[in-house]
Design a protein around this ligand. Sequence first.
Ligand code: ATP
Length: 358
Amino acid sequence: MAKITLDNLAHSYLPNPKGEEDFALKELNHEWNDGEAYALLGSSGCGKTTLLNIISGLLRPSQGRVLFNDRDVTNSPTAERNIAQVFQFPVVYDTMTVWQNLAFPLKNRKADAAYIAERVGKIAHMIGMEAELDHKARGLTADAKQKISLGRGMVREDVNALLFDEPLTVIDPHMKWELRTQLKSLHREFGHTMIYVTHDQTEALTFADKVVVMYDGRVVQIGTPEELFERPEHTFVGYFIGSPGMNIIPARIEGNKAHVEGSLIELAQTYGKIDGDVVIGVRPEYAKLSSKVGLPVRIRRVEDVGRHKIVRAEFFGRDINIIAKEGEAIDADMTRVVFDPARVNVYANDWRVTGEAA
Ligand code: ATP
């Protein structure tokens, strides 16, 4: 396994990039710990695949270095990086059986026959294909072929890193959940350094120790699922993660108060002068309906999603979502919303601003 260092890394697909906007991947410095599972999360076009391809060696960055355990591999081809990759669509040998496909990476490295049999058996069990080991890959569904690709990616224990690029896209929803769980237990068992690209927050949050959130070519936050939930460093993280995402309201901050549309909101911290576009961000989980205090809202509808209710409301033409616990009364006179002061984040030009204890 390897620690992966991204040193001053950036990439532009243009031959002569002028400004930052010409970079598909904006400058990034980070060390990814040996043996951790990372998810690269962001919407389409934000640069996830570009970053993954630089790490795997499919793409040479226009700036900076990639180090595996402090060895500079920036100019090394993929074959020399000792990594396993699984792509969005299956890559299998049609004329080989499932067993032969799974054994291929080990045979290639001249592994011992007993070890191959043991590993293939284990992986086949994990992907639920023990009964099909003698079948040729040719006749199998796309779903089954992708499971073989996943299995083949995971069969070697001695790789520097395992890279997955949206590997569950073609897998049916039930199997998706199962494979994700399996991947996680495989990670626990073998401690591979894993990087998993996805635009699906559930996939990222359940799979990864740390989620790397990307937005417009930039890594905006690297954190545990809890950190991303409690302290989104960028409004995109707040909005993209969570269901529904964080409420974002333009505000003017004065000390430990936020002024919004003529109402005052208490903050748990005190802030100095803040420049730029200022907003507050509050997750729907930390908003509560009230009949007496808080921001006046118009409730549009209430969605019962089983575990809780989502109240969709409007505040001066802006959407505000509130999560009400199951059994919590929602009375007709509850037309105000209060926020838990300790959970209100303040942002300037989309980046979180820290205050001082009030
Ligand atoms: P998706 O989830 O759709 O795969 P992504 O987050 O992986 O998106 P990238 O594929 O890394 O994003 O693309 C980042 C940006 O770089 C996009 O604007 C894309 O159009 C651009 N881009 C990607 N590949 C190339 C290329 N080979 N040549 C030029 N521009 C590219």
